[in-house]
Design a protein around this ligand. Structure first.
Ligand SMILES: Nc1ncnc2c1ncn2[C@@H]1O[C@H](COP(=O)(O)OP(=O)(O)O)[C@@H](O)[C@H]1O
Ligand SMILES: CC(=O)N[C@@H](CCC(=O)OP(=O)(O)O)C(=O)O
Length: 315
């Protein structure tokens, strides 16, 4: 249904209902991580871009950090370069690193920038190399089995972890009304590039900016428990239990870990959101409907009401 087909009274009612949320979040920073798996259909990517522009226009401060795992996988396949993952991280040799940089810093970054600009925003695409804003070091992955006396270090190549995020460039851009769109490539002091899981970058960017929200848009309806049910509010205790049970695995592991780290380090809330739902970002921020899993720094199970409790009108 288009706006002209709707009852105009309904349209203004919806706008009016969003007012408490707009007031609550105005001026606040929201880091939105757009996963490669959520970039499935053109219409969805369009609605994502419109949501980001709308957030900016109503006074929030959106920062986009994007992934592109499936898109990297596609080009590697076309180039007949084999790829595998250890603990949700792509093993990255020098040749793979070149492809990662081309796809993330080039194709994917610029297509998101282009869509946001076409939706009326002012997006600027960056990688962690710009102003060396994402300082990285090589990620050491260890593995230990009961038979081993000491953990084994597995070399997964040019894969990085975030050492430090400098926020001056991001802040300069956002204060001049631009929307930064950041590809998850880090750099060390010697200028070496690192492939970093996009969730980890988004979490650390959110922490560094003291963001109100970290939204992780993916291709599932939220975090599932051992019964296959979506967990709407996730306590830190429940995360530990689900990891021990092996229910959280693959790409969900870094996602949950970075969400937990972010809320422990000052981000008010993290959300795992179904990016396949049109306008998922707006639904999560401006309505009580909530479309995924909410994570806050609490041993209790959080609810959307507690997440919004500092404005009595907004819940
Ligand atoms: N407990 C879980 N609940 C939901 N998804 C899970 C869970 N454990 C593993 N996953 C997997 O994690 C995937 C999301 O991570 P990932 O593929 O890295 O997405 P993205 O590209 O959006 O970062 C899901 O598609 C699902 O296959
Ligand atoms: C080290 C590592 O695994 N890096 C990821 C970077 C992209 C990413 O994280 O993309 P998604 O968010 O779409 O999964 C990769 O090479 O796929």
């Amino acid at each position: 249904m288009t706006q002209s087909e709707r009852d105009p009274r309904q349209v203004v009612e919806i706008l009016s209902e969003a007012l408490p949320y707009i007031q609550r979040f105005s001026g606040k920073t929201v880091v939105v991580k757009y996963g490669g798996n959520a970039m499935t259909e053109d219409t969805l990517i369009d609605s994502f871009a419109r949501d980001i522009v709308l957030l900016k226009e109503v006074g929030l401060n959106p920062i986009v950090v994007h992934g592109g795992g499936p898109q990297i996988g596609e080009l590697l396949e076309r180039l007949s370069i084999e790829s595998r993952f250890v603990d949700g991280m792509r093993v990255t040799d020098a040749q793979t690193m070149d492809v990662v940089e081309m796809v993330l810093g080039g194709l994917v970054n610029k297509s998101i920038v282009n869509l946001i600009n076409r939706a009326g925003g002012q997006a600027i695409g960056l990688t962690g190399k710009d102003n060396a804003q994402i300082r990285a070091r090589q990620l050491k992955v260890t593995r230990q089995t009961p038979e081993m006396t000491a953990p084994e270090i597995i070399d997964i190549g040019h894969v990085g972890e975030v050492e430090h995020v400098s926020t001056d460039l991001i802040e300069m851009l956002t204060s001049a009304h631009y929307i930064p769109v950041i590809a998850p490539i880090g750099v060390d002091e010697a200028g070496n590039a690192y492939n970093i899981n996009a969730d980890l970058v988004a979490g650390r960017v959110a922490e560094a900016l003291n963001a109100e929200k970290l939204m992780l848009l993916t291709n599932v309806a939220g975090l599932m428990n051992e019964h296959g049910e979506i967990v709407t509010g996730l306590s830190t205790a429940e995360v530990d239990r689900l990891i021990d049970l092996g229910v959280i695995h693959g790409g969900m592991l870094p996602k949950i870990r970075c969400a937990l780290e972010a809320v422990k380090h000052g981000v008010a809330s993290a959300h795992i959101v179904d990016g396949r739902v049109p306008h998922a970002t707006l639904l999560e921020i401006f309505t009580n409907a909530g479309v995924g899993t909410l994570i806050t720094d609490t041993r209790e199970v959080p609810t959307r009401e507690t997440d919004r409790s500092d404005n009595a009108d907004a819940g």
